[in-house]
Ligand binder design. Structure first.
Ligand code: ZN
Length: 222
């Protein structure tokens, strides 16, 4: 059993709730955006590394580490990325910058943030886009993040794209943390939700000078 986590976005309180909710798993696959937006980028990144997580780069990871793509961010996202850059050590930034954009950790699965076609930036919200994006890889199964919306897309030719949703900033109207359990052998996916202390994360965000809009949205999961 593999735990699929994505878009933790420096929400350590949410990550701890998800880790506490997990059954025994063989591995953690993390589809990027470990930092950006939230209050605890350093501790969030450290905890995932401590747990031996398999990590790929998200667009926020890259922007925080190197400034790449920062100009494409909205003002609040950019303000958070600029703060995160100063809160991380140069070693943290080097590790983030060195994260691969795609990995094939096991079972014929390709893991990336956006899509096999555009691993850092493409948003896949429907099955037809998933089918087109998966034409870029020989892998028949793929795990992605980036949209912050949990989904399992099955294409006409039998390919599967799994998105576990976001641990740290859900955007499907449900404020609970999202993650998924994957049985590699059978391909079975279980999309899961877990409550976390949203108020605690919001307080940390305000205390650390992050934009109010980023804290407020966590109440609504939008
Ligand atoms: Zn994200």
């Amino acid at each position: 059993m593999i735990a699929l986590l994505s878009d933790v976005h420096a929400n350590l309180v949410a990550l701890e709730a998800v880790l506490a909710d997990l059954p025994p798993v063989d591995a953690l696959w993390v589809m990027g955006d470990t930092v950006g937006y939230g209050p605890d980028p350093k501790d969030t990144f450290a905890l995932l590394r401590e747990r031996g997580a398999t990590l790929v780069a998200g667009n926020h990871d890259r922007a925080v580490a190197t400034g790449e793509g920062l100009a494409l961010f909205n003002p609040a996202a950019r303000a958070a990325a600029d703060l995160h850059r100063t809160w991380l050590s140069s070693e943290d930034r080097d590790l983030l910058a060195a994260l691969p954009v795609t990995l094939e950790p096991a079972g014929g699965y390709l893991v990336c943030h956006g899509s096999p076609r555009d691993p850092l930036w493409e948003y896949v919200f429907d099955a037809s886009t998933a089918a087109q994006a998966m034409a870029a890889t020989a892998a028949t199964r793929c795990c992605v993040g980036h949209t912050h919306v949990p989904a399992v897309f099955r294409t006409g030719d039998g390919r599967v794209m799994v998105n576990p949703g976001s641990v740290g900033q859900p955007r499907d109207g449900d404020p609970r943390s999202a993650y998924a359990l994957l049985d590699v052998a059978s391909g079975r996916v279980d999309l899961r939700r877990v409550e976390y202390d949203v108020r605690e994360t919001q307080q940390r965000m305000r205390a650390r000078g992050l934009p109010d809009v980023l804290a407020d949205r966590l109440d609504f999961g939008l």
